[in-house]
Ligand binder design. Structure first.
Ligand code: ISL
Length: 566
């Protein structure tokens, strides 16, 4: 047990710096602002901060488009601010991991500026350049080298007039993909990673790291839809050399420092079969993956922006499968939210009548699984989706591109907006609500994205001293993981898998057993469970007390109880 890695009992907190805290009144969060709010994180009890990108960037995708990996963007501060942040984080006994975005750079990165300058530039091969499709003129519709659709709408190729060739970008045109086939690229990345580790950072969250190995033949997608474009994922997702690249990175960067670091691979589309390989310690790749199956279950036939109500049985089947699959080897990340997902209390909970109960019930269910929980800024306060009036309120490149494409194709703008309001990434990006003052204590200026009007009652200040608050519930869940090995490392067994409204499971380690049972609905339910659980075993609840009726538990709307026996 003692040999278990430190992160098996740790909780990670994600900071999206642009929206966390602004120290200089320019409306954009920054590093001094974050330093000024570290007490909040210490109070919550989290162990690790994952800092979304703060590198120099033109901000076409809020920093996920990097133009200098060794500089802090002036919007966020300076390298000296960063060093001070790191020292302050470490002084509080916490760790800090950086966001590593190396599937692509910004088109303004000097590597790309050189690469695009001529066909025989030494860095030409650092990116994916291809001539127009045979039989097509450059720029002609359909001339793109493959028919892949970008994550952010439109083709994954943009023509560069300088040389008349196309470059690959799985995301926005301002995010050209690096060519990991080229060993110079890989070694430049490893060197940069060592530079940050030598500065004292404690690891990396690796952006879309399962997309770095492309099939160099770049085959077309088999089937196509809108605009003749299709899903190229089979040709770049978990590609032919991905495990080789990650093992090389481990050797070159992590080996001599392993034990104290945390490495997590963000992997859209990853399967549990692959996740076992990525996180098997014997293979020396990554500590854990960040997977997306459970946050795709409510995507409808029209995709992400055409959501359908979640069937809880699907959620249990999915999360349960991952618990089992990574039960004996590998490790799970556990999350509801990040900067790309709508707020969980609005999405799977109830942000009206049962706001507090549903936020705390969802937290309870997630945090007591086996794996490392991630809290996204504001989630610990129960922050909700934002009331965006129209498309002018949105800032996110994904949402804006989708809107333009759908409306151009004849969709009803109001219907498109409905999808964006429910699922758009800006929901996660409104400023953190610190207090009830006009800009929620986020800035003294004009915030880059409006503060949610509900900050007058939904804010950190209002929650610190309320023992039943969402904040204090998260604090207790984090404490339980630190205190109890059965929660950090116990086996997992799903219960009541076919129940449409109850989420229940058991954890076991040695003689210790923990039972979690939650009603994830707004109507009362009865939970029938084996074993002689009673009120005396209660460890934590988000309502007053569970009531037992003939050994069965009467579950109030959105109630969640945790029992323990040793
Ligand atoms: O949110 C998504 C679009 O619906 C996801 O597909 C997301 O783009 C994917 O998970 C990759 O996300 C990461 O890389 C992107 C960046 O925009 C996201 O913010 C980042 O988390 C490109 O760097």
């Amino acid at each position: 047990l003692d040999a278990a890695p430190w992160w098996t009992s740790a909780v990670v907190y994600q900071v999206y710096p642009r929206s966390f805290a602004d120290s200089n009144g320019d409306g954009v969060g920054d590093l001094p602002g974050l330093i000024g709010r570290l007490d909040h994180l210490e109070r919550l009890g989290v162990d690790v901060i994952w800092l979304s990108p703060v590198y120099a960037s033109p901000h076409a995708d809020n920093g996920y488009d990097i133009s200098d990996y060794r500089a802090i963007d002036p919007a966020f501060g300076t390298l000296a601010d960063f060093d001070r942040l790191l020292a302050e984080v470490h002084a509080r006994g916490m760790k800090l991991i950086m966001d590593l975005v190396v599937n692509h750079t910004s088109d303004e990165h000097p590597w790309f500026v050189e690469s695009r300058s001529s066909k025989d530039n030494p860095k030409r091969d650092w990116y994916w350049w291809r001539p127009p499709r045979e039989g097509f003129e450059a720029g002609q519709p359909g001339a793109e080298p493959t028919n892949w659709e970008s994550f952010f709408s439109g083709p994954t190729w943009t023509l560069d007039e300088t040389t008349g060739e196309y470059y690959l970008h799985l995301f926005a045109p301002k995010q050209p993909d690096l060519n990991w086939e080229n060993p110079e690229v890989r070694h430049a990345v490893y060197e940069m990673m060592r530079w940050w580790l030598d500065r004292g950072v404690d690891g990396f969250r690796m952006d879309v790291i399962n997309l770095i190995s492309k099939d160099p033949a770049l085959p077309d997608a088999a089937t196509t839809g809108t605009g003749g474009l299709g899903d190229g994922f089979p040709h770049y997702g978990t590609g032919p050399r991905i495990h080789e690249f990650l093992q090389e990175m481990h050797r070159e960067v992590f080996e001599s420092r392993s034990g104290r670091l945390l490495t997590v691979g963000e992997m859209p589309g990853v399967t549990w079969e692959d996740a076992r390989l990525f996180t098997d310690p014997a293979r020396r790749e990554l500590d854990m993956v960040f997977q997306f199956e459970h946050v795709s279950l409510d995507h409808g036939p029209g995709g992400k922006f055409d959501p359908e109500p979640l069937d809880l049985r699907d959620l249990k089947a999915s999360l349960g499968r991952w618990q089992t699959a990574l039960g004996d080897v590998g490790w799970n990340s556990l999350y509801w939210n990040n900067h790309d997902q709508p707020r969980v209390v609005s999405r799977f909970g109830d942000d009206g009548e049962y706001w507090r109960e549903s936020a705390t019930a969802l937290a309870t269910v997630l945090h007591l699984h086996r794996g490392t929980p991630y809290v996204y800024q504001g989630e610990e306060l129960g922050m909700t989706n934002a009331p965006f009036a129209d498309v002018h309120d949105l800032r996110d490149v994904e949402s804006l591109n989708h809107y333009r494409e759908a409306v151009d194709a004849g969709a009803d703008p109001e219907a498109v907006l409905r999808g964006l309001r429910a699922m758009g990434r800006d929901n996660a990006r409104t400023p953190v609500q610190w207090d009830a003052t006009p800009n929620a204590g986020f800035t003294t200026g004009r915030p880059w994205l409006p503060v949610n009007p509900n900050h007058t009652w939904l804010n950190a200040q209002a929650q610190y001293d309320d023992p039943k608050s969402v904040f204090n519930h998260y604090r207790q869940l984090i404490e339980l993981r630190h205190a109890l090995p059965v929660i950090a490392r116990g086996d997992f067994r799903m219960l009541l898998a076919d129940e449409p409204y109850l989420y229940a499971y058991e954890r076991a380690l040695g003689d210790d057993r923990v039972l979690v049972v939650a009603n994830l609905s707004g109507t009362p339910q009865i939970a029938t469970l084996d074993g002689e659980w009673s009120t005396t075993d209660l460890l934590l609840s988000n309502v007053d007390e569970p009531s037992f009726v003939n050994g069965r538990i009467a579950m109030e709307p959105w109630s969640a109880h945790v029992f323990m026996r040793s």
